[in-house]
Design a protein around this ligand. Structure first.
Ligand SMILES: Nc1ncnc2c1ncn2[C@@H]1O[C@H](COP(=O)(O)OP(=O)(O)OP(=O)(O)O)[C@@H](O)[C@H]1O
Length: 238
């Protein structure tokens, strides 16, 4: 369970996240949706202990990330910017993460096979395509076999096969009673994968709840979003 309560984050005088509250429940895929610059990554960075909140709290199973005893076994994350050393082989990158988190080495092979990189395990990461890099990031998130997955824009750079695989995998993950938070600026992506949605614009939550409730009366998630925000998608585009 993820609980974000009254979370705020300012960078200097700029408010990136403003009094944000929502819950992500087990057994469901929750889409975290908003235009570029809405505050999604900032919220996730605070949740994963990479940034301090200016106010409020972001808790994982009732604790701050830094208080978790086995962080990677509790929550697996894919965030932009935290890539592997390009010279490293994929298998070595994952082995290093596994060893530093007391995760059995055999799990490295398992996750590489799981994401379809079994045959490319020995290749240097700099030779990977964008899509392969995404798959490797997802493999790293899965290493600790966590109860909770937090993925920021996981399908960026993936080909249609990869997108289909991520969708099916996340659905299966949630169906087994685990928790999935999927951040995206792509409405169709969230509409096709999530059970619940949290919609953020300009740092504030504009809607949250079951996807069907949010879209009810609007025809589509896209129509709902523009109705909720008065047609203003925020600072960036979708
Ligand atoms: N380190 C920082 N210093 C200053 N401003 C920041 C910093 N990080 C984020 N911001 C600002 O906070 C706001 C929210 O950014 P954030 O990256 O959380 O949005 P986002 O919803 O994840 O967008 P995207 O889909 O483009 O990643 C933006 O206006 C951004 O410019």
């Amino acid at each position: 369970m993820i609980e974000i309560s009254r979370l705020s984050k300012r960078y200097g005088g700029k408010v990136a996240v403003d009094d944000v509250t929502f819950t992500v429940r087990p057994g469901r895929v929750t889409g975290f949706l908003g235009p570029n610059g809405a505050g999604k990554s900032t919220t996730l960075r605070v949740l994963l202990g990479l940034d301090h909140p200016s106010g409020g709290a972001a808790l994982i199973d009732g604790r701050r990330y830094r208080e978790l005893r086995h962080p990677l076994r509790t929550v697996g994350a894919l965030l932009d910017g935290a890539g592997p050393v390009p010279e490293r082989r994929a298998v070595d990158h994952l082995t290093w993460i596994a060893q530093s988190n007391r995760i059995p080495r055999r799990r490295v092979r398992e996750v590489l096979d799981l994401v379809g990189l079994g045959d490319a395990a020995g290749r240097r990461v700099k030779k990977y395509s964008l899509g392969m890099g995404r798959r490797l990031g997802i493999a790293a998130a899965l290493l600790g076999d966590p109860e909770i997955l937090v993925l920021d824009e996981p399908v960026n750079g993936l080909d249609p096969d990869g997108i289909r695989w991520v969708r099916a995998y996340l659905r299966e993950y949630a169906a087994s009673g685990r928790t999935v938070l999927l951040s995206s600026h792509l409405m169709a992506e969230v509409a096709g994968t999530a059970d619940d949605a949290v919609v953020i614009a300009r740092g504030r939550i504009v809607a949250r709840g079951p996807l069907d409730d949010i879209t009810a009366g609007h025809g589509s998630l896209e129509a709902a979003f523009f109705a909720l925000t008065g047609g203003d998608a925020g600072r960036g585009g979708w």
